[in-house]
Design a protein around this ligand. Structure first.
Ligand SMILES: [Zn+2]
Length: 313
């Protein structure tokens, strides 16, 4: 495991990637990413904190009432059937699953901010996914498929949001819910309930609607410069678990900045994956602590967006 993380760390340090900021003032960095074809041989990580499923007791019915009256049906409702989602065994090992990253979804984006898409653009992108037969899965579904193998929808896609901005609840959540989609939200723990960010109740509503909650550190600091990187990574997980009583399995590195040490720390703190940045949709066990995410920028054309769903030529 250690050698795998070292290799992944060296790859991250050597390779070219977008270091995306999570605010408009963030600087635009570049790191190197390897070609998908040069990914090292997949190796499984040891997952030590898999929760034990709770056994469900099924009660045997002891009494069946006999109906005494059968009403005549008066009208046959016309139902629009949901298309059946085909599930296929996916993984373990390297899989192609696009992971998309958004920050803000806003009513309008007149300043053409890179980090904000407007509702019209977001709705068009999600509708395109639906029309093309994509079904959302959460980050932990992807992680489980890569590490252990899992039955997933035949065209899976992961939608992630960083920072926990309130506009995601207001503008993105309704669009996703209408399509039967969920997403993974990475929270800055110190920002919950702060102005402009999700409230605690909003986070719980997302979680109860099937969204996964992950950590995006306590203060959104550059972990390579922070003197409290251990706290930012580990304590943020503990806080979220205690605050929301939810499994917190994934960590998103602020600004996409990570090295061997931060990835090792994420592993040691009990996360099963780490969200990074990159140009690929190929996800593999040796990169699960810096899996590729592709950022959707404000005012992308639909062609720009659809190009994110496949590896670059
Ligand atoms: Zn961020």
């Amino acid at each position: 495991m250690t050698s795998q993380l070292k290799r992944a760390g060296l790859i991250s340090l050597l390779a070219l990637a977008f270091l995306s900021g999570c605010n408009p003032a963030a600087s635009f960095w570049a790191i190197v990413m390897p070609a998908a074809t040069s990914l090292p041989t997949p190796t499984r990580f040891e997952i030590t904190d898999t929760p034990t499923p709770t056994e469900q007791t099924t009660n045997t019915p002891t009494f069946t009432p006999t109906p005494t009256f059968t009403p005549e049906p008066t009208e046959t409702p016309t139902l629009t059937p949901e298309p059946t989602i085909a599930y296929v065994q996916t993984g373990p090992g390297t899989v192609n699953i696009p992971v998309l990253l958004y920050h803000h979804v806003v009513a309008s984006n007149p300043s053409h901010s890179r980090y904000s898409v407007d509702v019209e653009q977001f709705t068009a992108e999600m509708s395109y996914l639906k029309e093309q037969g994509y079904q959302t899965i959460n980050v932990s579904d992807m992680t489980e498929a890569v590490l252990s193998g899992k039955e997933l929808p035949s065209r899976p896609v992961v939608i992630t949001f960083d920072d926990g901005d309130v506009d995601i609840f207001q503008n993105a959540f309704p669009v996703l819910s209408a399509l039967g989609y969920t997403a993974t939200m990475y929270l800055i723990t110190s920002a919950v309930d702060a102005s402009g960010y999700l409230t605690r109740d909003m986070v719980l509503e997302l979680a109860h609607s099937g969204w996964e909650i992950g950590s995006h550190s306590i203060t959104h600091t550059d972990l390579l410069k922070s003197k409290n990187d251990l706290g930012e990574i580990c304590d943020s997980r503990t806080r979220l678990q205690q605050e929301f009583n939810l499994p917190i399995n994934s960590f998103a590195y602020p600004y996409g900045v990570a090295n061997y040490h931060t990835m090792q720390t994420a592993h040691d703190c009990g996360y099963t994956s780490g969200a990074g940045l990159g140009m690929w949709i190929t996800q593999s066990p040796d990169r699960i602590y810096y899996f590729y995410r592709r950022e959707v920028e404000g005012h992308f054309s639909l062609d720009n967006f659809t190009a994110l769903l496949v590896n670059p030529p």
